[in-house]
Write a protein that binds this ligand. Structure first.
Ligand SMILES: [Ca+2]
Length: 403
């Protein structure tokens, strides 16, 4: 029991003793008075104080263990020999325990179909709750699943050219196992690949951030700022008056119909829309404003709009590109340096957040690696949150505090 506890209890007893003394009642041991005569409001106060005091320094904290390879959620988690299986189970356990309690994760990868949900896990500045690797073992929180999990199908090679000549040197593809969620990011031997697109751009050489990864419209491009109304983009290759010179849609030889155009319709406003019509070997295509787009102008001629195309198999034509065909549930892939993906680890990202947390204070995440996922904290007070020591392994991973 802490010093504060003794002090509070002493004051309660003194008040009680004085009242009984004035009424001329025989003096009883202090402990008996508390049990027998304590007015109900004081009992409530005492209970409240005892609850609060359990979170003060000195209260017994607990350590729970988790193992993704040897654990079971039917265990109590309180010993290395009986660890939990899931981080969620452990989070629930420390939340029911005193501040300062810890989850310690054994070496391995941790994946959950659902984000681990952390709500109102409120530690104190002196005793934050802690989720950390056990003795700095290598712990990876992943948002990915292996595309060959469960001994599923193998990657197969096709030498057939894709429509329009894309992937002329052939490419790999694989059918996802039953029940595998639709992936939206792909890692091959730990490297992030690019959704098949035109013009091409890569993450590994940062070319995706350069001007060459975008196409540009000619000045006669029309943008109609009305949902559903047809806009016509003239690529800079082919307008009657030149826009900003970029790659030529006409020369690319692709049919963009059905692809998605990601287009910059205003200085900071970029949206995706289906390409409604395009004829292979020509330099113009149509799309329309979608629900939810901001209004940027009343319409008219807009030159030098930046755009690129994605979400169509025939845009797959370069190393480190991939495409997921939702209808056939197949991933199509061109590997870096032409390597055989059957000899590589291919992980598909299927989860947005590994951990979703709200209204949580004084929680330390320590010595954990995050791969192909992120964490989300919606904080009551950013200054009172303690989140540190997080390592993110993928380009799109970030720590979003108070968002
Ligand atoms: Ca491409």
């Amino acid at each position: 029991m802490s010093e504060t506890t003794c002090s509070s209890g002493f004051l309660l007893r003194r008040r009680t003793l004085r009242r009984h003394h004035l009424k001329g009642l025989p003096r009883l041991p202090a402990s008996s008075l508390l049990l027998v005569r304590l007015p109900s409001f004081l009992a409530v106060l005492l209970a409240t104080l005892l609850h609060a005091l359990s979170n003060l320094p000195g209260a017994d904290t607990a350590t729970y263990y988790v193992s993704s390879t040897a654990g079971a959620d039917t265990n109590d988690g309180l010993s290395l020999g009986a660890p939990f299986l899931s981080l969620q189970k452990c989070v629930d356990a420390i939340k029911a325990d005193v501040a300062g309690s810890e989850c310690q994760l054994r070496e391995g990868e941790y994946y959950s179909d659902n984000s681990v949900f952390v709500e109102r896990l409120e530690g104190t500045a002196a005793q934050p709750y802690v989720i950390q690797a056990y003795q700095k073992e290598t712990v990876k929180i992943v948002g990915t699943r292996d595309v060959t999990e469960g001994g599923g199908s193998a990657w197969t090679w096709t030498t057939a050219n894709l429509a329009g000549g894309g992937a002329g040197a052939g490419h790999w593809s694989i059918e996802l196992p039953a029940g595998f969620p639709d992936p939206w990011q792909l890692f091959v031997d730990g490297e992030v690949y690019m959704n098949a697109r035109w013009p091409n751009g890569r993450w590994d050489d940062k070319s995706v951030f350069t001007r060459s990864a975008w196409a540009f419209s000619a000045t006669e491009t029309s943008y109609v700022d009305t949902v559903g109304a047809t806009s016509t983009v003239w690529d800079s290759c082919c307008g009657t008056s030149a826009g900003v010179t970029g790659e030529s849609l006409q020369a690319a030889g692709i049919d963009a119909t059905g692809a998605h155009v990601i287009i910059n319709i205003g200085s900071w406003i970029t949206y995706p829309a289906p390409v409604l019509s395009h004829t292979r070997g020509t330099g113009s295509f149509t799309f329309s404003k979608q629900d939810g787009w901001a209004s940027v102008q009343t319409g008219g001629t807009v030159g030098a709009m930046k755009y690129y195309l994605e979400n169509k198999l025939e845009l797959l034509d370069a190393a480190m590109e991939w495409f997921y065909d939702k209808a056939t549930r197949r991933i199509h892939l061109i590997t870096k340096n032409g390597a055989n993906p059957n000899t590589m680890r291919v992980q598909a990202r299927v989860q947005e957040y590994a951990i979703r947390s709200t209204k949580t204070k004084y929680l330390t995440l320590k010595n954990l690696q995050f791969f192909g996922t992120t964490v989300w904290f919606g904080a009551m007070n950013q200054n009172s949150d303690n989140v540190k020591g997080i390592r993110m392994d993928s380009l799109e991973s970030c720590l979003a505090l108070n968002s």
